[in-house]
Design a protein around this ligand. Sequence first.
Ligand code: SF4
Ligand code: SF4
Length: 310
Amino acid sequence: MDKELSSKKIKDQALKLGFSACGIAEVSFLSDHRPRLQKWLNENRHGEMGYMSNNFEMRLDPALLVENSRSVIVVLQNYYPEKQLHPDSDYLISRYAYGEDYHFVIKDKLRKLQTFINNEIAANQSRVFTDSAPVLERAWAVKAGLGWIGKNSLLITPRNGSYFFIAEIITDLELAYDNSYGGNFCGDCRRCIDACPTQAIGQDRMIDSRKCISYLTIEKKGELPEELKGKYKKWIFGCDICQEVCPWNRFSIPHNESSFELPAQVQGFKAEDWKDLSKETFNSLFKKSALKRAKYEGVMRNMEFLDSDE
Ligand code: SF4
Ligand code: SF4
């Protein structure tokens, strides 16, 4: 099949499956990203995420993930929720974690797209990825023409802002490619830098995970840094502040993925409901949720850390 037509069919199918956008980039070695990634790791800005320093070359070279790979098919999945925790809620969790764990939801849909490509376009060797392997997802989204990387280090789409998951299929199929996204429309804005309560966003547009509430409330094991006490606002899992203040997110529209909805019961949770949660109730309420990454003990630790400042 003609490459242009193949790419069009893949993109149409991605949208039919409920993805918000799809772009396709030609596989290449991401040499431009090497110095920044190296600097970020050398300065230990990845904190305790030791896995980030593994497979350094693989992060820059998709050919090491899929032999003879030619194309990176990048899809975006909107997770901006219509029903949100009220800003006056006693505790807040990041919007991306409201519903079922995105890894499973997105991988299901990606596999359907993979099957479609095999059956309707051409037999090919491919792998699907969603935040699950050493892939520089934001870099590929830019190369696939979907947006630019903002000062908050997130992918910003000009049409609908930044509340998106990014996922990829890397394949040995040759396709027609999108132009890399030209430009960066942050301009003089620095709202995300100024609003970050822990000054985790550097002037060099790189995040210091060791100060980032998102990393600290989810990935960090053990004690939380005392010097950041009083700066966590109300976040007990993740943090959306640098997205909430981004002017491009005035274009966010609600997602259409029912599995990303916040459980109705949690919608009206007060401080005492969170504090009284037993491990059993937590595990049943958030059975399929990304909150399980921090586990019951982690979420409770985060709450205690907030409360100890009052
Ligand atoms: S997620 Fe929160 S803490 Fe991390 S950089 Fe953004 S505003 Fe700062
Ligand atoms: S808040 Fe401003 S500087 Fe930060 S990502 Fe958005 S547009 Fe860019």
